[in-house]
Design a protein around this ligand. Structure first.
Ligand code: BGC
Length: 696
């Protein structure tokens, strides 16, 4: 390979997003062998066209087509945070598999997913793209999503190459402001932020994306410690790293590179192999070699990593996409069916006084209120691939589909998600007054979360709370349906509204899935993958905090607390109700004492004590009481979805192994330390049945 051809493999450029076509300049570069990859070029025909140019180049190295397939390609699934609320990694594996199948049929071989950033700050809009605040849950979803995208062999025509992003600590942006600096101790990186990435790599994810943020003084994209020492040397990762969009260029703004060539040198030497969109490697590579600021070996190694993955993708054997598959694959009926089922699993019943829900299907007159109730765009969420607004089913449509013509439905918008204008509140109030029941849909627009969508205030936007209060004041029964991409501070609603169903942004089949749950065809089973604070002043608030030297004690002044609000969240991690009730009893441990290399089982009986079939997510938490570094007051170490018929009782057994009992010590070595542990089995991170054991 010539130097230009080598540098070409390190370059990725952005195609034309609206049409999915490659740009004229890109065709030329590809023909010359100086462009190895694009993002956003998609659609079998577009892809094949550009691929033909690649195969007309001197070396005939196939082109690699990337796209952000975050929660679906054409069939859109719930936003990842919502999907994590299912506590069902199998569901995530299935949605990733369907997304892979659709993507590959459209020529996309590489997705920029899963996003496995731990996010403990709901102000950060990108909390919507991951699995929430918890490392254990994040690990399980990271593995499942990688398996779903890649299968066991990502050269298969229904699989895509995965990309674990954003490496690393992007979710810890100061103040929750996107792209902001992060400063996280190495030990917290090892214990909290790294594990989902490690799990993704171990599950076979062959690409990583370098994050935008400055990390402990060295931007991730120039950070040799994370890109090479941890990822390659410690974890033996042999795939490649792509920079985030213009992240190499942004090293200038970070003030770590004095010019373009310096930025290229820093990123490549750190271990970032492919440059997305900016072109510093290509522009300055040759001179950097001459100046000996870069070695030929470094360039060769980056090229080798990229070509290895192209081989693994099977592109050399099968560079073209079969153009006959796309139309029948996209939005296939079984994909929509899966999207509907997974969406229903993602909903979290936050409150249900006096069995307000589910609703009877023979209700005579029903009011549906809220701009979000009939917005196709918003249910598709913040990063909806090649999803089409026209495909989406809104809540209003879903309820109509469910009830047919026997119910008179009065729809009144009230206001849109911004809710600056209250002039239509009256119509909404009238609709509620005239109806037997009201479904009131409030929350955020999809654009209020996702990238570059941080918020400093987590209340319902605009005057929406006034709308809720106005409907409440009618005295008629109602339920609140939330759509949002992050935890919201909804104290008034939590206290006063009779029922609340959290539905996130549920994707193409949102409306049908919501109707399934509202009318009791599906019993809600989701649990919060992230804490709902009472106030933004509590942030960061997550269930697995440290105890502190002065843990909160009622009526004692010098303990860790706020003067004006409790320490407790509005809704804890792992929380969610059902239309039935479950009871846990009879916790038993296989042993009260184990060796550091040993394991034990924790069993519990779980019974459905209500009169409806349902599914409970039984959760296992531990606390390591004394450690060489401080340990969280609780840590999730197991969970299982248990489907039980009314009255049915079953035993659930969890196994605690060294990998669950250990942690990274001050030297960042994984250790299981002798000592006492508490263990809980529970229905959320709050409370539960407690026992204990000793590691000796
Ligand atoms: C985002 C990435 C994304 C990339 C390509 C960036 O702005 O941070 O998550 O994969 O764009 O679209």
């Amino acid at each position: 390979m010539t130097l230009a051809e080598k540098l070409g493999q390190l370059q990725q450029l952005d195609g034309d997003f609206p049409t999915g076509a490659g740009r004229p300049e890109q065709f030329e570069m590809v023909r010359k062998g100086t462009l190895g990859s694009t993002l956003n070029v998609r659609g079998a025909k577009n892809v094949n066209e550009l691929q033909r140019a690649a195969l007309a180049s001197r070396l005939k190295i196939p082109h690699l087509f990337a796209f952000d397939v975050i929660h679906g390609y054409r069939t859109i699934f719930p936003v990842p945070l919502g999907e994590a609320a299912s506590f069902d990694p199998k569901a995530a594996e299935l949605s990733a598999y369907i997304a892979a199948k659709e993507s590959r049929s459209a020529g996309v071989a590489w997705t920029f997913a899963p996003m496995v950033d731990i996010a403990r700050d709901p102000r950060w809009g990108r909390i919507v793209e991951g699995a929430g605040e918890d490392t254990f849950l994040g690990v399980e979803f990271a593995k499942a999503r990688v398996r779903g995208f890649q299968g066991t062999d990502y050269s298969q025509p229904d699989r895509v190459l995965a990309c674990a992003k954003h490496w690393v600590a992007y979710g810890a942006a100061q103040g929750g402001r996107d792209y902001n600096t992060t400063d996280i101790s190495e030990n917290t990186l090892y214990n909290v932020y790294f594990p989902p990435f490690k799990a993704a790599a171990d599950a076979g994810a062959d690409t990583f994306m370098s994050s935008f943020n400055d990390l402990n003084g060295v931007p991730a994209t120039a950070n040799r410690w994370v890109m090479t020492d941890v990822l390659r040397k410690e974890w033996k990762f042999d795939g490649f790293v792509v920079s985030d969009y213009t992240a190499v260029m942004e090293l200038l703004n970070h003030g770590i590179a004095k010019d373009e060539s310096d930025a290229a040198q820093l990123a490549l030497n750190a271990g970032v192999d492919m440059e997305m969109v900016s072109r510093f490697y290509n522009t300055h590579g040759e001179q950097l070699l001459k100046d000996r600021k870069l070695t030929a070996a470094t360039i060769d190694e980056a090229v080798r990593r990229i070509l290895r993955v192209k081989y693994r993708l099977g592109l050399f054997d099968k560079p073209y996409t079969d153009e006959s598959l796309e139309a029948k694959t996209l939005l296939a009926p079984e994909h929509r069916k899966a999207a509907r089922e997974i969406a229903a699993k993602s909903f979290v019943l936050l409150k249900n006084d006096r069995q307000t829900l589910p609703l009877r299907k023979n209700i005579d007159e029903l009011a549906i209120i809220g701009g979000l109730a009939d917005s196709k765009e918003d249910v598709l969420g913040s990063w909806n691939g090649d999803g089409k607004v026209a495909d989406a089913v809104t809540l209003l449509e879903g309820v109509r589909n469910k009830l047919g013509n026997n119910t008179k439905i009065r729809y009144a918008k009230g206001c849109d998600a911004k809710c600056e204008d209250t002039s239509e509140f009256n119509k909404a109030v009238d609709a509620a007054k005239d109806s037997d029941f009201t479904i009131l849909v409030v929350g955020e627009s999809a654009a209020m979360s996702g990238e570059a969508a941080s918020r400093s205030n987590l209340d319902l936007p605009g005057r929406q709370l006034d709308l809720v209060k106005a409907i409440h004041a009618t005295g008629k029964p109602y339920a609140v349906v939330l759509m949002n991409g992050r935890p919201l501070t909804i104290n008034w609603v939590a206290e006063n509204s009779p029922a609340i169903l959290e539905t996130w942004f549920a994707g193409t089949e949102a409306g049908n899935a919501i109707a399934d749950v509202l009318f009791g065809d599906v019993n809600p089973s989701g649990k919060l993958p992230v804490t709902f604070p009472r106030s933004i002043g509590q942030i960061p608030i997550f269930y697995n905090m440290m105890n502190t030297g002065r843990p909160f004690k009622e009526a004692e002044k010098y303990t860790s607390k706020y003067l004006d609000i409790p320490n407790t969240p509005l809704y804890p991690f792992g929380y969610g109700l059902s239309y039935t009730n479950f009871q846990l009893s009879n916790v038993r441990l296989s042993s009260k004492q184990i060796a550091p290399t040993g394991s034990l089982t924790v069993s519990v009986d779980v019974q459905n004590t209500g009169s409806r079939d349902g599914t409970e997510v039984v959760q296992l938490y531990i606390r390591d009481l004394v450690g060489s570094v401080t340990r969280p007051v609780k840590e999730l170490k197991g969970f299982e979805r248990v489907a039980l018929r009314a009255g049915e009782k079953r035993t659930v057994t969890f196994t605690l192994k060294p990998e669950q009992l250990g942690f990274y010590n001050a030297a960042n070595k994984f250790v299981v330390e002798p000592g006492d542990f508490k263990v809980w089995v529970s229905q959320s991170s709050d409370g539960g049945l407690e026992d204990n054991f000793t590691v000796r």
